[in-house]
Design a protein around this ligand. Structure first.
Ligand code: ANZ
Length: 924
């Protein structure tokens, strides 16, 4: 009986679906395990073989955990809002919902073919109003919340207004806007409603403010920091610029310290943790105030080295700094304006790169050194970023390389600060001259930098010149997009005040629009819906939520996906808690994975969920690259030369579609039919074949190297495809796809099949008890596969199966005792064939929940032989040795044995007679 994988796989996929095999319900009597894949954006291109790598790995784990008795939650869904569907809508007028639905169907079809054990009853789509109702609900909760720094906790805004009414905000320690004014309870009560609302906005976790944002003119939208890579938009690579706009934001910075600290408690890869630490970018130092001469203003700088204060010879502001306009002297105004214009158009990366030419402009203003009273010039320079620290630095050219270059370039004073102690470089001269006023040399001399900084901060604070300050690189997250295809923000405007919808009014559904473009006046597309107004009269907010909104909580919705009354019932949230195992691409390190941690903490603080972190364990699968195929056209001709001949000619390589290549040979007929201009092409062959060149590149349509999982499943079957994906190499590494290798894995499954099934007669398994050597092969494999799955070393598990099957074939073993447990071990990897054989072995129930085989160490122990050891024919002691050792090794072991020395009594050994498996005689 043949292994006919097409029928087998179709049949089982249907039976799993009809029988609800993977449906999961809460069962308090059973331990839970939550395995989650980062859900995909359903793009029009469908899946290529790189996408399922993570899905297959997590599916193996999910299936394994089911065998181990866990109640496994393993769902899938779609991150369905996003730009490509909207761009397509702009071009074609097709509603993005339609395109998205088509793409989802295609994804689903592809996923089904791979035999993934998802509970599809729990599918979520972020663009469903039933889903985004709850995204909007969370937004409202965050709008109605503030961050209490004293308790380190998100709290209801009503708590804050309560405090304001009693004691004003003097004693409040909260995450709030820098320019939040101070007021007493009386003042608070006397403020008109509008003013009160403006003040509360400075505290809300979801808030509206005027802020610098990345504006991408080509995309017509604001982008978040993590959507800007190397100074251009991540999607499309368009230029971006800094622009001040009124924007909804999320106060993620309130959580910075917790986002750092809690990394210690989760089992995530060190590289992701490090990426998050860098992104959060904690730095400790001080802020110091410099008064600007002849004005009421002062410049506040952030420095990590307050101990270098005496070396300050100038101050540099970011060109966008709000003081620039106010303090610039008339005679410098033109120069300064020109410079500001110039800097605006430059990306952050360009501005900070080391090799760039030094640029800047003098404002004509001077500030006063807080200790020495000296006048120091105030400059503007693009190397100072507006969005970091205070957007201003104190220039210490003798101790900071960027300041040094700046001072050199513009001929500014460089004041050497002599190191009075060891590593500390506070200016001795300056210090001796001036410091008596504030600092005493005896306790700074010889201090390490760290300690000196602490002392200096104390001195600054005492004098009221500055304060110690912890600064985070992390910025609040922009939350509005000037786009159509996203969740509407549940806010309307009444008399200029942004008002939240009530929960009962959710979902606020996307209105229909005639076009998906901004209005003529540059308003976002939602402004086209003229009739779309709250209570028929108030404008709704016209921006929509960013892509990360729906994905920041989706793991919770899977717990109770259809619940109309809550994002998830308390019961479900308390049972499933958090993700036990999360897998996805490393590109989400500082975007999605920070946002989801942030929302989880906020929801936890507010008492809606029982966990502070979304995922206990996180793994990033590597990328699968494509192996591109190249053909070589002789320049100026339509003749192609085979790869081995190409150096004999002037040729130009170009990509050939990998579907036209078998082994490394080009299918010339298919190639000629590929494009009109190739139909008359001629070829120069090697040994009768056209050999293509190869190169490993990103898998992409434009490189014609995309291999689709559907083709692989059709040709070799899903079981082979699944195992081959794992066999390619360690899960977390990137590796190239190579279709050639897949036949080896296919051959393995065929061999396995033959262990169970005879030529004509069907199943051939015997009921006889298995022998020790057969059980040994089995138990070695149980141990190896169990360890490998636990460690996610899935490639070595595949090799272990191959070894196991070869050994069983060699032993001609077809005993049920061995072959049945082997199926359970293999079923997470190759579920279809295992189900089929399991049924053939007489089981009526699916293999899915069959208990995992118990490893029995005693069955894998090496066989041993007990050797009586004789000395000149007299037996003196026994020695136990593995039965597999050679004659030479036995002799060595006997001579090295502890008692041998005693019985030889100083004599030299003449001969050692070894009778393998029987006896040893030492003759002297
Ligand atoms: C004086 C000084 C002397 C500094 C010295 C460093 C060394 P991190 O560690 O990244 O936080 N800085 C502050 N704000 C800046 C901005 N908006 N754009 C560019 N540079 C800025 O770096 C903090 C240091 O970077 C600060 O400490 C400041 O330079 C600079 F020997 O102040 B330092």
């Amino acid at each position: 009986m043949e292994y006919s994988f097409r029928e087998i796989e179709k049949n089982w996929q249907r039976r799993w679906k009809d029988g609800n095999t993977y449906r999961t319900t809460e069962n308090p009597a059973q331990p839970k395990y939550y395995v989650l894949d980062m859900f995909p954006y359903p793009s029009g291109a469908g899946l290529h073989v790189g996408h399922p790598l993570g899905y297959i790995a997590s599916d193996i784990l999910a299936r394994y955990k089911r065998h181990r008795g866990f109640n496994v939650l393993h769902p899938m869904g779609y991150d369905a809002f996003g730009l490509p569907a909207e761009q397509y809508a702009i071009q074609t007028g097709q509603h993005p919902a339609v395109t998205t639905e088509q793409n989802i169907l295609r994804f689903r079809e592809q996923l089904d073919k791979i035999g993934l054990s998802y509970d599809w009853h729990r599918e979520v789509k972020t663009c469903d109003p039933g889903y985004y109702k709850w995204t909007q609900w969370i937004f409202l909760k965050l709008f109605h919340s503030w961050y209490n720094n004293k308790l380190n906790k998100t709290e209801d805004i009503a708590v804050l207004t309560g405090i304001f009414g009693k004691t004003g905000n003097m004693d409040v320690s909260a995450a709030c806007d820098e320019d939040t004014p101070s007021f007493s309870a009386e003042e608070w009560k006397s403020f008109p409603e509008k003013k009160q609302q403006e003040i509360l906005m400075m505290y809300r976790i979801a808030y509206l403010s005027e802020a610098f944002v990345w504006w991408c003119p080509a995309l017509g939208s604001v982008l978040a920091n993590d959507e800007v890579k190397e100074g251009v938009s991540e999607r499309g690579g368009y230029p971006v610029e800094r622009k001040k706009m009124k924007q909804w934001s999320m106060r993620i910075t309130a959580y910075a310290q917790r986002l750092l600290d809690d990394l210690e408690d989760i089992q995530w890869s060190e590289s992701i943790k490090e990426a998050q630490r860098n992104w959060i970018g904690k730095s400790e130092g001080a802020s110091v105030k410099f008064d600007v001469r002849g004005t009421e203003y002062s410049v506040e700088v952030f420095t990590t080295r307050p101990d270098t204060l005496f070396g300050v010879t100038f101050i540099t502001l970011a060109p966008e700094h709000e003081l620039v306009e106010k303090i610039t002297a008339d005679e410098q105004r033109e120069k300064v304006n020109d410079y500001v214009q110039y800097a605006k158009a430059r990306s952050e990366r360009e501005r900070q790169s080391e090799v760039k030419k030094i640029t800047g402009a003098f404002t004509g203003a001077y500030a006063k050194h807080p200790f020495t009273g000296e006048e120091i010039p105030v400059w503007i320079g693009e190397y100072v970023l507006a969005g970091y620290g205070t957007g201003a630095v104190m220039g210490v050219p003798a101790h900071d390389t960027r300041d040094y270059s700046f001072a050199k370039h513009f001929g500014l004073i460089i004041k050497q600060v002599i190191n009075p102690g060891k590593a500390w470089d506070f200016g001795k001269e300056a210090y001796e001259e001036k410091a008596g006023k504030c600092l005493n040399s005896s306790f700074l001399d010889g201090k390490e930098v760290k300690e000196a900084i602490t002392i200096c901060i104390a001195a600054l604070e005492k004098q009221g010149i500055g304060t110690g300050k912890v600064n985070f690189r992390l910025r609040d997250a922009v939350f509005g997009r000037q786009r159509y295809w996203g969740e509407p923000i549940p806010i309307y405007y009444k008399d200029g005040i942004p008002c939240p919808l009530s929960e009962a009014e959710l979902p606020l559904e996307l209105p229909k629009v005639d076009k998906y473009l901004p209005t003529e006046t540059g308003e976002p597309p939602l402004a086209r819906a003229k009739e779309w107004k709250y209570k028929g009269q108030y404008d709704y907010e016209h921006t929509t939520m960013p892509g990360w909104a729906g994905s920041s909580w989706y793991f919770l919705r899977y717990m109770d996906p259809k619940n109309p009354d809550a994002f998830a019932s308390k019961k479900a949230a308390e049972y499933w808690r958090e993700i036990d195992f999360y897998i996805g691409g490393a590109e989400h390190a500082t975007g999605h994975l920070l946002y989801v941690r942030f929302w989880t903490k906020a929801l936890y603080d507010l008492g809606f969920i029982p966990v502070k972190e979304p995922a206990k364990r996180l793994v990033n699968q590597g990328m699968i690259q494509g192996t591109s195929a190249f053909v070589y056209r002789k320049n100026g001709t339509n003749t192609f030369v085979s790869a081995g001949l190409r150096n004999n000619f002037q040729t130009t390589p170009f990509h050939a579609d990998v579907s036209m290549v078998e082994g490394n040979e080009l299918n010339i007929e298919a190639f000629k039919l590929w494009r009109e201009d190739l139909k008359d092409a001629t070829f120069e062959l090697e040994n009768g074949n056209y050999i293509v060149g190869n190169e490993v590149e990103k898998m992409s349509k434009s490189k014609y190297n995309v291999v689709s999982p559907d083709d692989m499943c059709e040709k070799y079957g899903a079981d082979t495809f699944r195992m081959y994906e794992m066999f390619l190499g360690p899960l977390e590494l990137s590796k190239p796809w190579n279709t050639n290798g897949i036949t080896g894995v296919h051959g393995f499954i065929k061999k396995l099949w033959k262990l169970y099934v005879g030529e004509a007669s069907g199943i051939k398994v015997e009921e006889e008890k298995a022998e020790a050597k057969e059980l040994k092969v089995l138990h070695k494999t149980i141990k190896k596969i169990t360890d490998d799955i636990e460690n996610l070393s899935l490639n070595t598990a595949v090799s272990a199966f191959m070894i196991c099957v070869n050994e069983l074939i060699e032993l001609k073993c077809n005993k049920r005792d061995v072959l049945e447990p082997l199926l359970i071990l293999l079923s997470p990897f190759a579920p279809h064939v295992c189900e089929e054989l399991w049924e053939k072995l007489g089981h009526q129930e699916s293999i899915t929940r069959a208990p995992w085989p118990e490893f029995n160490a005693s069955l894998t122990a090496e066989d041993t032989v007990i050797y009586p050891v004789q000395f000149n024919g007299k037996t003196r002691f026994n020695l136990e040795l593995p039965s597999s050792v050679s004659k030479e090794e036995i002799e060595k072991a006997v001579l090295a044995a502890e008692h041998t020395h005693k019985y030889l009594a100083g004599n030299t050994v003449k001969k050692v007679i070894v009778v393998p498996k029987r006896i040893v005689n030492v003759v002297f």
